[in-house]
Design a protein around this ligand. Structure first.
Ligand code: ADP
Ligand code: MG
Length: 478
């Protein structure tokens, strides 16, 4: 922890003794109290809310009767002040009656804390935002011009979600409400929402499109609460034709926000306005969500985006490479598509680095160059596959036994699959030839090298073998 806690604690405790003549609390004790408070909070709030809001909090110091905690963002500070600060203080007072208040300072990771704001007992006043007549842009975030249907590559894993998104974008009245898009990180949820927004605006510029994250939605709600607005929060969103809320998994815990979200949601549905929601998991898997909201979310259409396949990754790379203006050979794209399998964001990042390097050095793009530039990314990707997993996959594919991978049997029906496994071990893991040899019954590194060359060569002439290798590789990288 890069915290100057020790130091600040020591100085504040010293300050306490001299300035106020009171018994100070030793730094270790304060840390201990903080640990206890955290444990109690976790038990009260549950893992989800605790993990989202309170886990990132760090103890800065106990200054006089004031506990100072650091949060990474302004948004989190406001949210914690509004929802949890009183509770933190109450729990702390029980452990240490000397504590009077808890304050929160915004400190970006690694940065200096900004001036702390008194959190409890009195909450700070946040400047009010004009509540009346909010246009789409004022309410939500800007749409990114790069994220359109035109720039979205369609493949098996996302075709259903894309069809649903296009349907919503092209319909005058909601074909299903809400459209609920879900899938893992970096698979295109945000991209599709922006694409819907652009298409709707393009077709009818008078329609009000609001896109915002669930975090932002909660933030607006807090502002509304603070301002003691007589106009209910949902009125703010009343005139919206299309409301898109991204990353709904962040609306958890606090009942009042969910309540408000539910009202807004219902008000819009009643008026026949379209709602699009995204989350990293399905409605039934979203924990910390009220049951009625969960079931309401499933009334419309739930469309999931599956993890990418090799074909889709290659398609995305080809499209993006073409747009970059740099000539990236197909085998380099194939190399990237087979090695970087986690998500599209990482894939894009890898290609961007290669394009940048090519532009800087004016050298042709090659696999060697890609390997050099992407060393870190590739290493991280490789860590996922172990030699044992490869052996298992090969054994299952060919209907053999694990012992066949390490045995000395030389019959073709055993030896060939064993070679395939060695080849895949070289291709998919960062292990050296001698290491691989050891894992295959203590074989010599020249045996492994021979296997790698053999399989490489045979793939070109033996289609069955090439298909087998590809099938096993796909399964391992799925
Ligand atoms: P998510 O919101 O699901 O985490 P994003 O929509 O932010 O993912 O996608 C991450 C990045 O990958 C974005 O730059 C997006 O444009 C790109 N991307 C994802 N899927 C595709 C696709 N099928 N075609 C083109 N680009 C894509
Ligand atoms: Mg997103």
């Amino acid at each position: 922890m890069a915290l100057r806690t020790g130091q600040s604690l020591a100085s504040s405790v010293a300050g306490q003794r001299t300035a106020e003549g009171r018994m100070g609390t030793a730094p270790g004790e304060v840390q201990q109290q903080w640990q206890q408070v955290r444990t109690l909070l976790r038990a009260e709030l549950g893992d989800t809310a605790f993990g989202t809001w309170l886990k990132p909090l760090e103890l800065v110091e106990l200054a006089g009767d004031r506990v100072v905690l650091a949060v990474p963002t302004q948004f989190m500070r406001d949210w914690i002040v509004a929802n949890y600060a009183d509770r933190i203080r109450a729990l702390w007072v029980r452990l240490n009656p000397g504590v009077r208040s808890v304050t929160l300072a915004v400190r970006p990771p690694g940065g200096e804390p900004a001036a702390p704001v008194a959190a409890a007992p009195a909450a700070p006043v946040v400047p009010l935002e004009p509540a009346a007549e909010a246009s789409g842009e004022e309410l939500g975030a800007r749409l990114d011009p790069r994220l359109t249907f035109e720039s979205f590559v369609v493949g098996k894993p996302n075709e259903f979600a894309v069809a649903a998104a296009e349907k919503v974008a092209m319909s005058a009245t909601p074909p299903f409400n809400p459209l609920f898009l879900y899938g893992g990180v970096g698979l295109g949820k945000t991209h599709l929402m922006h694409a819907i927004g652009w298409r709707v605006r393009q077709r009818d510029p008078s329609r009000r499109v609001v896109y915002l994250t669930a975090e932002k939605f909660m933030y607006r709600f807090i502002l509304a609460l603070r301002s003691k607005d007589t106009i209910p929060f949902k009125e703010l969103f009343r005139s919206v034709d299309l409301l898109m809320v991204d990353d709904l998994q962040f609306i958890t815990g606090k009942d009042s926000t969910q309540e408000e979200f539910f009202h807004t949601f219902n008000a819009l549905v009643e008026r026949g306005r379209q709602i699009v929601i995204s989350a990293d998991r399905s409605p039934s898997d979203l924990d910390g969500l009220e049951e009625r909201i969960r079931s309401r979310l499933s009334w419309g259409l739930v469309a999931d985006i599956h993890p990418t396949t090799y074909e889709l990754r290659l398609g995305i790379l080809q499209t993006k490479a073409e747009a970059s203006g740099v000539d990236v050979p197909l085998r380099v794209l194939e190399f990237l598509a087979s090695r970087i399998t986690s998500n599209v964001r990482e894939l894009e990042g890898a290609l961007n680095r290669i394009v940048l390097q090519a532009n800087l050095t004016r050298q042709p793009v090659s696999i060697e160059m890609a390997q050099e530039i992407l060393k870190d990314v590739l290493r991280a990707a490789d860590r996922r596959i172990t030699i044992e997993e490869i052996q298992k996959a090969v054994v299952e594919h060919y209907g053999l036994r694990m012992a066949d991978m390490t045995s000395a049997r030389r019959q073709r029906q055993v030896a060939r699959p064993r070679q395939v496994a060695m080849y895949l071990a070289k291709l998919l893991t960062p292990r050296s030839l001698p290491e691989i040899g050891r894992r295959f019954g203590g074989r010599d590194h020249t045996t492994v090298m021979h296997a790698v060359r053999q399989i490489e060569r045979l793939q070109a002439e033996d289609r069955q073998l090439a298909e087998d290798v590809e099938a096993i590789r796909r399964r391992l990288q799925a």
